[in-house]
Design a protein around this ligand. Structure first.
Ligand SMILES: Cc1cc2nc3c(=O)[nH]c(=O)nc-3n(C[C@H](O)[C@H](O)[C@H](O)COP(=O)(O)OP(=O)(O)OC[C@H]3O[C@@H](n4cnc5c(N)ncnc54)[C@H](O)[C@@H]3O)c2cc1C
Length: 375
């Protein structure tokens, strides 16, 4: 049976392993390597796109999600200073911290008998003859038929990492709000946009993408930055440290060797404003799992066909999502522009279905009923 090594146990890597296991691959032929001990906190807004709700509950049942503390959000709130505009979501979304979600998914992979190496780091990958040889930081080497880069960057693939967007930084912390946060809230600020949602255990997530110059102006002090962008944020209610990271952004990046494959952020990354990153990681992991499960002996030709099919599906999935998310981010970091658009945004009955559809979310369902807004 062909052997696969998956680098990274984020949502992409775990979704791939679970799909392969469900499709009958021998658990002993699947190795997943994760450098961090779980549970771990990760920079992310922790909004799970409704585009993958059904896929998510195929991997983890809704009962398990609810037991883990996941919640449903049914509205989007746009904030501009003290003003807000509320839209009911055509299809509700799940929220759950990455601390819990990634652990839940990986525990399922472990329970199904796959070879989980954690904490362990893949140090490098070499292609020798008809195999890929993976060297772990512990010194062990493993020869496999395919390596899947699900490490969030694709750094170890011969084609190199997905580029990060220049001049912006991603930041995130958890905090304990005075009252539960209702809906997913998106705040427009000068040089930044901020997303907040309620997650489990009475905590909420505050995630933002900010211009690096703005962060530098506050000498990297995220509490001071928030005091400027969102004066209602109370740093005394923060739990844990601020985390920061680069913000990836690219179309589908083809792998640099026929025995190398890429999924999740290592394959492509859209602007975080759309809340599509986890969904794309789950979708690409599960799609590649189906393709590999049907790819015979994983010869170079069979792997090449699987990769080309994934590439086509990926590009289709990104065609509207990337520009729609880029445009939304470009508007949100310009509060003066949002203010100019405000009268149009507050037209009674204005639906967010078109935005939902452009970012790949299901825009069907009953007509949402109006929700009162503060303007
Ligand atoms: C500010 C911000 C807010 C965001 N908000 C949202 C949101 O609300 N909703 C949403 O859907 N998306 C959001 N995203 C995007 C989302 O976080 C990513 O798209 C998603 O994490 C990608 O998942 P992945 O499985 O591809 O990779 P990752 O989640 O990055 O997982 C990769 C894993 O690989 C491991 N790893 C790395 N290198 C190695 C190695 N050499 N060996 C072993 N293991 C390794 C890492 O430890 C990590 O656990 C946001 C991103 C940012 C920056």
């Amino acid at each position: 049976m062909p052997r696969v090594l998956i680098i990274g146990a984020g949502p992409g890597g775990s979704a791939l392993a679970l799909t392969l296991l469900t499709r009958g691959l021998d658990p002993a032929s699947i190795t997943i390597v994760e450098s961090r001990a779980f549970p771990r906190v990760k920079v992310c807004g922790e909004f799970l796109s409704p585009a993958v709700s059904s896929l998510l509950i195929n991997l983890v049942s809704d009962a398990e999600l609810l037991r883990a503390g996941a919640a449903r959000v049914d509205r989007l709130v746009l904030e501009l200073g003290p003003r807000e505009r509320v839209w009911p979501l055509p299809d509700p979304a799940w929220t759950l911290s990455r601390r819990t979600l990634d652990d839940l998914l990986l525990e399922k992979v472990r329970a199904a008998g796959a070879d989980v190496r954690q904490p362990e780091r893949v140090a490098d990958v070499k292609y020798a003859g008809d195999r890929a040889v993976v060297r772990l930081a512990s010194g062990e080497t493993l020869a496999v038929d395919a390596v899947v880069h699900a490490d969030g960057s694709g750094r170890l693939d011969p084609a190199g990492p997905t580029p990060s967007r220049r001049g912006v930084v991603g930041l995130k912390c958890h905090f304990r709000p005075r009252a539960p946060i209702v809906g997913v809230r998106m705040r427009s600020a000068r040089g930044a946009y901020i997303g907040t949602v309620q997650v489990e255990s009475g905590l909420a997530t505050c995630a933002l993408v900010a211009k690096s110059a703005l962060v530098a102006r506050h000498a990297g002090d995220a509490d001071a930055l928030l005091a400027e962008l969102w004066p209602d944020f109370d740093p005394a209610r923060r739990e844990g440290e601020w985390l920061s990271c680069g913000v990836a952004g690219s179309g589908y990046r083809r792998p640099g060797h026929p025995r190398s494959l890429r999924i999740g952020n290592a394959a492509a990354a859209v602007e975080p404003v759309g809340g599509e990153g986890i969904g794309l990681a789950l979708w690409s992991g599960s799609t590649l799992g189906d393709l590999l499960a049907g790819a015979g002996e994983w010869s170079i030709d069979e792997l090449g066909r699987a990769e080309r099919t994934l590439a086509t599906k990926y590009r289709r999935r990104l065609v509207a999502r990337r520009p729609a998310c880029r445009a939304a981010a470009a508007v949100l970091v310009r509060p003066a522009l949002v203010a100019a658009l405000w009268p149009a945004l507050t037209i009674p009955g204005l639906s967010i279905r078109p935005w939902y559809a452009l970012t790949g979310k299901p825009a069907r369902g009953p007509t949402p009923t109006a929700v009162p807004s503060r303007s």
